[in-house]
Design a protein around this ligand. Sequence first.
Ligand code: ADP
Ligand code: MG
Length: 245
Amino acid sequence: MEAKEMIKINQLNKSFGDLHVLKNIDMTVYESDVVCLIGSSGSGKSTLLRCLNFLERKDSGSITIGGKEVDPKNDNLNNIREKVGMVFQHFNLFPHKTVLENIIEAPVMVKGIDKKEAISKAKQLLEKVGLEDKADVYPNKLSGGQKQRVAIARALAMEPDIMLFDEPTSALDPELVGEVLTTMKELAQEGMTMVVVTHEMGFAREVADWIVYMHDGKIIERGNPDQFFNHPKQERTQEFLKTTM
Ligand code: ADP
Ligand code: MG
């Protein structure tokens, strides 16, 4: 059986004014794949993720999600965003809502799920991310790592088919990085399709199926972790790896 294509990007271009940020990007992500997107700051990683979630509008090219090409002008983007969850560097939790209220907000308000059902699902998700005892606390009582795990639970509450992570551990104190990576690794092991922008090369090596290296708006090289880290083909990649390891 052929693996299902979850994301297919074809010749994607995006500029901000005169700045050409994404240059003819092609990328396919199959079901249950974990793709780690790496590259130096300013190479276009966040813009690519934001295009995948339609937070940014592409200039040209096509994006197919779950087998259907998305037409941002005519499709209901909220329906697509339900399928594609996103976790940001900064957690963006609602400060005036408890952890539980943060998690049930979108399922109840956007998806129209029964509140009792949403609460029961939220509690399961909190257990999954190891925070079952934090349901009733406010975000300011949580560590950065705990906040990020709540943000992951909140994204999962919409039952997405794909999860995008944009440097989810970059804002954390070093001792809190591991707990978030562990949660992400468990999600990967359950078969979630994930695209992860990260500087955590250990995570990429261990968890990714594919590494995609971007530089200056282009995909320079891609490969499985062994090919990519141990036998990089492009000089640019070799230079990049020297600076990170
Ligand atoms: P990365 O995530 O790899 O660091 P980004 O995708 O954030 O890179 O940014 C790529 C380039 O696009 C950078 O030069 C950045 O300054 C620019 N850029 C990103 N977002 C905007 C925006 N909304 N308006 C103008 N320029 C932007
Ligand atoms: Mg970025």
